[in-house]
Ligand binder design. Structure first.
Ligand SMILES: Cc1cc2nc3c(=O)[nH]c(=O)nc-3n(C[C@H](O)[C@H](O)[C@H](O)COP(=O)(O)O)c2cc1C
Length: 203
């Protein structure tokens, strides 16, 4: 079977595409609006672009009516955001926060989660999250056409917060972190079934 993305209905292609590139990490993005309202929403079109400088990207689509999602509008206003990492314990409340609440709704209050002040940026951090990445807006790149286009937000990580019990050997202890992965559709995956492989080296 072969599929031409341009010859396929965009919603159908999204379904296919997002079930091919799996599992994906989830950026649970917290932001602040021009009116000072806190916002929280998950994004799985997310990844590392570079480690030096420390750059991450989050691809934000449009609301059903073609308007900007609150996350994008807030980032364009404050020029910053926080990526909060999702573990298994937070799965359901993360999903709840993906509801298209109106921009007047504080999604921390709505979901019963706790905001905490960031060190560097104006956006709030999620206290319950095991790792928070404070990001300063680096660039926004627009792709495609409305209403299905996306805005790829690139952020420079300016401060990393890690719960002390997770830090091991200069990294994060994966079985303790229990990060949640996004699979296809409504499916998610655990990151606790790990396999280890030494990198090959020439003799
Ligand atoms: C696990 C998960 C991943 C998601 N990934 C994305 C994504 O990568 N891009 C996107 O535009 N929306 C994504 N969404 C949908 C947004 O979370 C949803 O549209 C949310 O209401 C946006 O909120 P906002 O308007 O407060 O920014 C995802 C939802 C879930 C549950």
């Amino acid at each position: 079977m072969k599929i031409d993305p341009k010859g396929t209905n965009s919603a159908e292609f999204y379904k296919l595409f997002s079930s091919v590139v799996v599992p994906r990490p989830i950026a649970w993005v917290s932001t602040i609006s021009e009116d000072g309202i806190f916002n929280l929403a998950p994004f799985s079109f997310f990844g590392i672009l570079s480690s030096n400088p420390a750059l991450v990207y989050v691809s934000v689509g449009r609301k059903r009516g073609g308007q900007k999602k609150d996350t994008l509008a807030n980032i364009e206003f404050s020029k910053d955001f926080v990526v909060n990492i999702v573990n298994e314990d937070l799965a359901e409340v993360m999903n709840l926060s993906s509801t298209e609440f109106t921009s007047e709704v504080d999604e921390f209050t709505e979901t019963g989660l706790t905001s905490t002040k960031a060190d560097v940026v104006a956006s709030p951090m999620l206290a319950e999250s095991p790792v928070n990445l404070e990001c300063r807006l680096y660039n926004v790149m627009e792709f495609g056409e409305l209403p299905r286009g996306s805005s790829v937000v690139i952020g420079e990580v300016v401060q990393v917060h890690i719960k002390d019990d997770l830090f091991a050997d200069g990294g994060i202890h994966a079985p303790t972190l229990r990060a949640l992965g996004r699979h296809s559709g409504n499916l998610y995956c655990r990151t606790t079934d790990l396999i280890e492989m030494e990198r090959p080296s020439l003799p």
